[in-house]
Design a protein around this ligand. Structure first.
Ligand code: ADP
Length: 550
């Protein structure tokens, strides 16, 4: 499974995510929902964590202050009730007071420091502290406040360091006590906030886990909900794609009464009417095609008879009176044109009916061009045109139907002679690895942009009153275009008023191959009026790159 291995490679992930973001409505909706709810959950989580943390601290602080107040009062009472006078007694008294403070305050960290600035006394016990590693945490500011205020409690948030060098947040509460004989002492009791911190950590972890679980849940719910909406939309999109590509039978399943069902019903209604209209049009067009084909066939028999009779009259025209002789000649040419028109009509109706079979064989386009030039040489001479063949390439065979290509060539060269105003007509044949091209360039009247747009239309002529020498039917280029398109080829035109025209036929060398470029440039290399030059559309193929050359 190549798809799976592609997914497994991490370097493909950004591209895959980008592709999914562009192509999947479901992916986009789920991602946006999860991201937005993630932000909301994060904000709520941060707020909850901060407010719970604050609450835990405040309640612990009031508890600590209460406990330390109680312990200090108890110690002070103990000290006040003593009648110790010498150094050892005072020392013992202070130790007892400290023990009672420790017991009452449930804290082992107690420091007793003599307030500086008092008369030195030999009985006054030395400073003592059980703060251990945390000795330095009592700030100077706290000390100043405690030293200056008797009977008040002050506190400070600190970081306590345990014996094993671990740190925990804590609170140090300070107040003054008075020791008989020895004077005033600062008393500091430190309380650990480890429990509160652990509780907060637990709450934060729970909030984190709950937040992630909630995001996953929101993602899953959105995925399911969006799936409900997207699945029918996807079916509708796929169905309309099939309909657009010509499968007129497809319909969307209609279920329920909701908006999706309404969409399905109206889509199906549209498809029904589209199908019936296309059928009606197809029927009509078939009737028309059959009519044209039938009429052409039906006309053939009487026309053959007329032709035979006309030929007899034409052969005897010398024995007729001059006016009758001219009538016989007129009849002869018009019957010939009629026959041509009929065979062109039959050919085009065959194309319309889609019943054209290509009889491809390896063909040399240069030889075909030589044949066509030879057969039209007398016409060219009568017009005073010089027919020239330029063939630097194109001698290798191409897979084409020679009868059709000969017909295209005949038509293009014939038109060039007819509209070439007696000037030279150049036929070029060239080829590359994939394509063979043939261009017919004349230096005659040329056509305007508006005329070029219609040049492949059936029965269109730039000047309907123009005298016709070789009896064109107005179907020549329409059939040539069909001939090119049945070969998967291009028939394109460049023309400029006063500069002449150039028709280019490009055919793939191998039957059925897709053309990419043409070996002959269009507009032709000798086109000077570039600004006014126009590139006619072959009708069946876009000009690659939308440019003037291929
Ligand atoms: P027909 O030649 O039988 O009239 P076509 O389909 O071959 O029909 O050509 C249609 C029209 O295109 C012509 O009547 C003419 O006006 C115009 N046309 C074709 N080839 C040229 C050309 N080489 N130069 C100028 N006009 C042309």
């Amino acid at each position: 499974m190549p798809q799976l291995t592609y997914w497994r490679r991490p370097r493909n992930w950004p591209r895959l995510v980008r592709a999914s973001w562009r192509s999947s409505l479901q992916f986009r909706t789920v991602t946006i929902s999860v991201a937005l709810s993630g932000v909301a959950i994060l904000l709520v989580g941060v707020y909850m964590s901060a407010s719970i943390g604050n609450d835990l601290f405040q309640s612990r602080l009031s508890q600590v202050l209460l406990e330390s107040d109680r312990a200090t009062s108890a110690a002070q009472s103990l000290l006040d009730s003593s009648d110790a006078t010498d150094r050892v007694q005072v020392q013992n008294l202070l130790s007892a007071a400290r023990t009672s403070i420790s017991a009452a305050s449930s804290s082992r960290l107690v420091a007793v420091l003599r307030v500086p600035g008092q008369d030195s006394s030999t009985v006054a016990p030395l400073d003592s502290s059980t703060f251990g590693q945390s000795t330095g945490v009592i700030g100077a500011e706290l000390r100043t406040e405690v030293q200056a205020n008797i009977g008040d409690q002050f506190w400070q948030s600190v970081t306590l360091t345990g014996d094993d060098a671990t740190t925990v947040p804590g609170i140090v509460v300070g107040s003054q006590i008075t020791v008989p004989v020895a004077g005033r002492y600062e008393l500091y009791i430190a309380y650990s906030l480890k429990d509160a911190e652990e509780t907060l950590l637990f709450v934060q972890q729970t909030l984190g886990v709950a937040g992630v679980a909630l995001m996953l849940l929101i993602g899953a719910v959105t995925w399911i909900v969006v799936r409900f909406v997207v699945t029918p939309l996807r079916v509708a999109a796929e169905t309309s794609q099939k309909l657009a590509s010509g499968d007129l039978e497809v319909r969307i399943p209609e279920k329920g009464e909701d908006v999706i069902a309404t969409l399905a019903r109206s889509f199906n209604g549209m498809a029904d009417s589209l199908q019936s209209q296309i059928r009606a049009l197809a029927d009509l067009s078939e009737v028309q095609q059959r009519f044209v084909s039938d009429v052409s066939h039906e006309l053939r028999t009487p026309l053959t008879t007329i032709r035979l009779a006309g030929d007899v009259l034409y052969d005897q025209r010398a024995s007729f009176a001059p006016a009758t002789g001219r009538t016989a000649e007129l009849l002869h040419t018009q019957v010939e044109r009629f026959e041509l028109l009929l065979s062109d009509l039959l050919e085009i109706s065959r194309y319309d009916a889609g019943s054209v079979e290509l009889e491809s064989e390896p063909t040399n386009l240069v030889y075909l061009a030589e044949d066509a030039i030879d057969s039209l040489r007398s016409l060219a001479e009568s017009k005073g045109s010089d027919l020239r063949l330029v063939a630097p390439g194109g001698y290798l065979n191409a897979d084409v139907d020679p009868r059709r290509i000969r017909r295209v060539l005949h038509n293009l060269i014939g038109n060039a002679i007819e509209h070439g105003e007696g000037k030279t007509v150049v036929v070029s044949v060239d080829s590359d690895a994939n394509a063979v091209a043939l261009a017919v360039r004349d230096y005659g009247l040329g056509m305007s942009q508006a005329e070029v747009a219609h040049v492949f239309d059936r029965f269109w002529r730039a000047d309907p009153s123009r005298q016709r020498t070789i009896g064109g039917t107005g179907l020549g280029l329409a059939i040539s275009r069909e001939d090119a398109s049945v070969h998967n080829g291009w028939l394109q035109v460049w023309s400029s008023p006063g500069e002449g025209s150039c028709f280019r036929l490009t055919l793939p060398r191998v039957a059925g191959a897709v053309l990419q470029a043409s070996p002959i440039p269009l507009p032709p290399a000798d086109a000077t009026a570039d600004a006014t030059a126009v590139l006619g559309d072959a009708g069946q193929m876009p000009v690659p790159g939308g440019g003037r050359h291929d």
